[in-house]
Design a protein around this ligand. Structure first.
Ligand SMILES: Cc1ncc(COP(=O)(O)O)c(C=O)c1O
Length: 506
């Protein structure tokens, strides 16, 4: 008689289909024609790599798509997304002005040759000194809160001409959480109350409205709502006697081809093209704006959609491990676990084999965005075995340093290079210096030349701003304090390079 085998639940892994184990696993051998192995050899690992061609192609495409649909549109490069000077300059060369949110970013944009009148100044924390400079230099200030408005009123009162400002608003698009931290509420009448307040301030003049509804907005319809609310606000403000409203600023937020955790569709299908965002925004403004009147200028502060895919991270496998999976459970246990909101792995009796795991020489301190997105990880060399779900750990001494819980990878070994992509947005600006030097960053020019655009950090750079209080400054070299003849002295001597003719030998 056959014995009873309890049913099992086994988790299915989505991985590239290669049932016959033929051919090779997908790989990334070169970036813009430059071999990954050469980049790592010449500039070290890990290494951020940017493609200048990809940057230029993206912004050209975005401009083309919007300019086809709208007569007066300008892109403002959102500095916070990636403020490496080389990258900002590529976008400025391509006609983008600057969008900044702090004194630091304002100064950076000025340093990159952007005149004040071509800087859109956002942010909830603009100090008096930088506001005075921005007013002086005719920057496009977008007011975030009442205190800032009052401060601006004070600054403007000392000037001969009224200072033109815009108001930032937030609104409910019905599709995404409201970013109510920023600006004035456009849905409950607050924004119009602020317009009235502004009209009582003789030094200020209202010239625009701004809404940045969020980031990685996969639903273009959200911009329809946002554009309509801005147009209606502009018309209502003008009716009150404010204005004329010269511009509407729809902010940033277009999604890149990154993949969110738990996103089912691949980015090629889930991420809308620029044309869908352009259609939503431009068609709405042209439909709702009064016929026969000159359309207001449209500003866009797109960040991640322009830079994310241009950025790669090359990293090296430093250890190969196995990751034990949770113990197998009988079906009853599995069902109970699901009831408690847990996901179970493994079968009723057989243990699922451990999952392969790799440690790479880059951690989540460099890849801040892995908290939300799963970068693709591909080997640089050709591998003939099938990819299997592999955990990719970072190099930090923290258990949370997991770059990918489960990436489909063929068997790799120490010294192999892997390429993570897309990583161009926010990772550089939000990276943390933690227990390791942050790596060099290079940009590949359209002709294939590789330029270092940020050198690798070193100890001097990291310690540059440190001060040692006087009582901790060592008065005498360590060597003199050690008693002669002690084992510590002997060890110390052994570690010192020999001195020959008064010069240290290597
Ligand atoms: C005011 C403002 N504009 C533009 C951006 C850029 O957004 P994204 O990178 O999603 O396009 C941001 C980012 O948070 C922002 O806060």
């Amino acid at each position: 008689m056959k014995s009873y085998t309890p049913p099992t639940i086994r988790r299915l892994h989505a991985e590239p289909c290669n049932p016959f184990r033929l051919g090779s696993a997908p790989r990334c051998a070169e970036i813009d024609g430059v071999p990954v192995e050469r980049l790592a050899r010449d500039h070290g690992s890990p290494l951020f790599v940017f493609s200048e061609t990809a940057l230029r192609e993206k912004i050209r495409e975005a401009r083309r798509v919007f300019e086809r649909r709208y007569p007066d549109v300008r892109f403002a490069w959102s500095y916070k997304t990636n403020y490496l000077n080389a990258i900002c300059r590529v976008f400025h060369e391509e006609g983008a002005i600057a969008e900044v949110v702090s004194e630091f970013e304002y100064e950076k944009a000025r340093g990159n040759g952007v005149p004040g009148r071509d800087i859109i100044f956002n942010g909830p924390c603009k100090g008096r000194a930088i506001l005075e400079r921005a007013v002086e230099e005719d920057a496009m200030i977008q007011v975030d809160n009442l205190d800032e408005l009052l401060l601006l009123g004070e600054i403007a009162a000392r000037r001969p001409e009224p200072v033109a400002v815009a108001l930032r608003v937030h609104l409910d698009t019905g599709t995404h959480a409201v970013w109510s931290k920023f600006g004035f509420n456009a849905d409950n009448g607050e924004a119009l109350r602020i317009v009235r307040r502004l009209m009582q301030m003789p030094g200020l003049r209202l010239q625009g409205f701004h809404a940045h509804i969020g980031t990685f907005i996969l639903e273009p319809g959200a911009y329809r709502k946002s554009a309509e609310v801005l147009v209606r606000l502009a018309l209502a403000a003008e009716k009150l006697g404010a204005g004329p409203i010269r511009y509407l600023n729809l902010g940033g937020g277009f999604a890149s081809r990154a993949r969110l955790h738990h996103q089912y569709l691949p980015p090629e299908q889930a991420t809308p093209g620029f044309d869908r965002y352009a259609e939503a925004i431009c068609d709405t403004i042209t439909q709702v704006w009064p016929a026969g009147r000159l359309l207001p200028r449209l500003y866009l502060e797109t960040g991640r959609a322009l830079v994310d895919e241009a950025g790669y991270l090359i990293s090296t496998v430093v250890a190969v491990k196995h990751r034990p999976m949770p113990p197998a459970q009988p079906l009853a246990g599995v069902l109970a676990a699901y009831g408690k909101g847990m996901v179970a792995h493994g079968g009723a009796t057989a243990r699922e084999s451990d999952r392969p795991a790799l440690v790479i020489d880059a951690g989540v301190n460099l890849l801040y965005t892995t908290a939300w997105y799963q970068p693709t990880i591909l080997p640089a060399r050709a591998c003939t075995d099938s990819p299997v779900p592999t955990t990719v750990y970072g190099c930090l001494c923290m258990n949370i340093d997991v770059v990918r819980e489960e990436a489909p990878l063929p068997g790799l070994t120490t010294g192999d290079h892997v390429v993570l992509h897309p990583v161009g947005a926010y990772n550089i600006t939000q990276s943390m210096q933690f227990i390791a030097y942050r790596p060099a960053i290079v940009m590949i020019a359209p002709g294939g030349q590789v330029h270092v655009i940020r050198r690798r950090e070193n100890l001097d750079y990291i310690q540059e701003l440190e001060e040692i209080p006087g009582h901790l400054v060592r008065k005498q070299p360590l060597r003199k304090k050690i008693k002669h003849g002690s084992s510590a002295t002997r060890l110390f001597r052994r570690l010192q390079p020999p001195v020959l003719n008064g010069r240290k030998q290597p």
